[in-house]
Design a protein. Structure first.
Length: 295
């Protein structure tokens, strides 16, 4: 019995050694530079006649920054595998006279690779990182509409002006540092939503992730909905003529606005109004807490 155990142990160690030697030989034979491709693609257009911007992105995060010029720029950069580089494209078209549409890596929609090969491993160990990012530069002007969507990756706005701003992502968070406009619509399947300084009519929805929002001005309607995640909303202390309807299936609901006439309150829900109550704020979550207070 002991001889059999010893035999299997020795055989196992021999197989392991052979496997390690084979992997080492294969690893050394890889050409590090052959597996990686640097991506640097930029498209620009004069912003004077463009009032509507549409960006669809499949496999990278998107960051909006303020431009130092009077041009709109969409810049895809980073590194990818050679075999995927041909699908890393930026296609820009003008629709009508005032709409600029940009498709980023649209050919990669059905080519996302979840495997991990030796080329990636060797590049990572040598300090090279694979990944793409898209940077959008906008001049200081008020757009009629800005719409951006991505399948995989977060969306970040540093400072954006648009009468209507719409952002959606399947996997990733959405962050807005400053928004100036009338209508803000944000949605993510997996990821949180964070609005640091917003205004207008607001609609935010997330399936898995929390919502935090700070509003300096409230439009006619503010709707915040999370399936799994907490909701925290801060409004300006001068808010008036607003009604509040907060609820959570499994968490607490807290309404802390000075001057609000409370109509209904409990552990899971809170309702109240201030002034005429003509503006509507609703916040609902299935799993998590809801908190509304002044900034």
């Amino acid at each position: 019995m002991q001889r059999k155990v010893k035999f299997f142990l020795v055989t196992g160690f021999i197989c392991l050694a052979v496997g390690l030697i084979g992997a080492a030989v294969s690893f050394q034979s890889l050409d590090l530079d052959a597996g990686a491709a640097n991506i640097d693609i930029e498209k620009k257009i004069a912003a004077a006649s463009i009032d509507t911007l549409i960006i669809e992105n499949d496999i990278s995060g998107v960051t909006f920054v303020r431009s130092d010029s009077d041009e709109i720029s969409v810049h895809l950069k980073g590194a990818s595998l050679d075999k995927d580089a041909k699908n890393c494209t930026v296609e820009a078209t003008t629709e009508g006279s005032n709409v600029w549409r940009v498709d980023v890596c649209k050919n990669n929609k059905n080519r996302v690779h979840f495997g991990f090969d030796l080329t990636q491993l060797k590049s990572l160990l040598s300090g090279q990182r694979f990944g793409l990012r898209t940077e959008v530069s906008l001049p200081d002007k008020l757009f009629k509409a800005v719409t951006v969507s991505t399948d995989t990756g977060g969306i970040t706005f540093k400072d954006v002006k648009a009468e209507k701003l719409t952002a959606t992502t399947d996997t990733g968070s959405i962050t807005i540092d400053h928004y100036e406009g009338k209508q803000l619509t944000l949605q993510t399947d997996t990821g949180g939503v964070h609005v640091n300084d917003g205004q207008g009519n607001i609609k935010i929805k997330t399936d898995t992730g929390g919502i935090t929002a700070s509003l300096r001005d409230v439009g006619d309607t503010v709707s915040l909905q999370a399936d799994t995640g907490s909701i925290r909303l801060q409004v300006d202390p001068s808010i008036t003529d607003t009604s509040f309807d907060l609820s959570s299936d499994t968490g607490s609901a807290s309404l802390q606005i000075p001057g609000v006439t409370v109509e209904k309150t409990g552990h899971n829900s809170a309702k109240g109004s201030i002034g005429t109550g003509s503006k509507k704020i609703t916040a609902r979550t299935d799993t998590g807490y809801v908190e509304v207070k002044t900034r």
